[in-house]
Design a protein around this ligand. Structure first.
Ligand code: FAD
Length: 323
């Protein structure tokens, strides 16, 4: 028994959210006194298996088959289901990415086992898996307990957990033979294309300066842009700013936008609605500027400035110029 983490990889690279899932799995395993095994499915993936083995896992299980060369939901689903016939697990984790939330529900449904998607937290106590996710359009956080008797399946929200550091020890890498004779792949990957992006990726930035409705006018966004430039960061937005058409949708932080976890998050005139907090509360340092001392954003902020952002941002810029 223990925790299985299904690793995601593409074009010869382990995807970043997998490291975060391994970080969380490690934490859960320590408090539950259990093991973490990484599962790698693919074709000729020994290099990736060795890379995973440098991280804090007890074992790396490798399922190799030419039909698993590229990710497909039917390939990953069948291989994982077949692996679970041999490998007992209390909890199966993967990241809530476009692939993770495609293949994991398929396996959970086939096995008639519970699944929680886009979880913000997960724990394992005496065989009971408890996952936390938002409900009612992000207005409440719900804890869902899943009964034992087989694995519970959970996809974890990206940019929520800290990736582990590689350690000095190498975990054993074990090839696992599974019967995929009945597997029929109904799609063929022709190639990969990067989307043409004309905009910055706020999820990649170390510093995000976010504007909310307190910015009042589109023209005032320039202040946030100046602050972001002075701090080496980018500008993000709450949903009303995007709905107004003042910034593109790619800048929206929150449950219906992007999840970010930068080193520094500066929320300017953002009230801190649950749907917004979900997308940024994993940030390392949060600074809030808000005229209302009771604004919920202050419940997650490490530093706060209470006052008019139209005065506070210019004075911050003056101080930064001096520094
Ligand atoms: C299904 C669903 C999904 C959603 N998804 C998202 C999402 O992904 N991201 C998101 O952000 N929201 C989302 N929302 C909307 C969310 O509920 C809030 O309405 C939104 O986050 C509020 O944005 P805001 O903080 O900019 O505006 P407000 O809530 O209006 O807050 C403005 C803040 O600015 C402060 N302020 C005003 N003037 C000044 C000033 N001069 N100086 C300093 N502070 C000032 C005010 O005190 C206030 O706290 C979603 C809602 C739903 C129903």
């Amino acid at each position: 028994m223990g925790i299985l983490v299904v690793a995601e990889h593409r074009q010869g690279k382990i995807q970043d959210p997998t490291w975060e899932v391994l970080g969380k799995a490690g934490e859960v395993a320590v408090s539950a006194h259990t093991e973490v095994k990484a599962v790698l499915m693919g074709d000729a993936v020994s290099d990736l298996a060795s890379e995973l083995a440098r991280y804090p896992v007890n074992e790396v299980l490798v399922v190799e088959d030419p039909r698993l060369k590229d990710y497909t939901p039917e390939g990953y689903g069948a291989a994982l289901a077949a692996l679970l016939e041999h490998e007992e697990a209390e909890l199966v984790l993967t990241s809530h990415t476009a692939t993770g939330y495609e293949f994991l529900p398929r396996v959970a449904a086939d096995m008639d086992r519970p699944l929680v998607t886009a979880a913000m937290d997960v724990s394992l106590v005496d065989g009971l898996v408890v996952a936390t996710r938002t409900g009612y359009n992000g207005k409440v956080a719900v804890e869902i307990a899943m009964e034992g008797g087989g694995p519970a399946f959970v996809t974890l929200r990206p940019a929520t957990f800290t990736p582990p550091e590689p350690g000095p020890k190498r975990a054993p890498v074990t090839p696992v033979d599974v019967d995929l004779s009945a597997l029929q792949i109904r799609r063929e990957v022709q190639g990969y294309e990067k989307p043409e992006s004309e905009d910055v990726d706020i999820a990649e930035a170390d510093v995000v300066v976010t504007v909310g409705r307190g910015i009042k006018k589109k023209e005032n966004i320039r202040l946030a842009e100046d602050l972001a430039a002075a701090l080496g960061g980018v500008v993000g937005a709450s949903r009303p700013i995007v709905d107004n058409g003042w910034l593109p949708r790619s800048r929206q932080v929150g449950s219906s936008g992007k999840t970010v976890a930068p080193k520094l998050y500066v929320a300017c005139g953002v009230s801190g609605a649950m749907q917004h907090l979900t997308g940024m509360k994993g940030s390392q340092t949060i600074v809030a500027i808000n005229i209302d001392p009771t604004a919920p954003i202050f419940s997650v902020a490490h530093y706060g400035a209470i006052g008019d952002l139209l005065e506070i941002i210019p004075s911050l810029l003056r101080e930064l110029e001096k520094a």
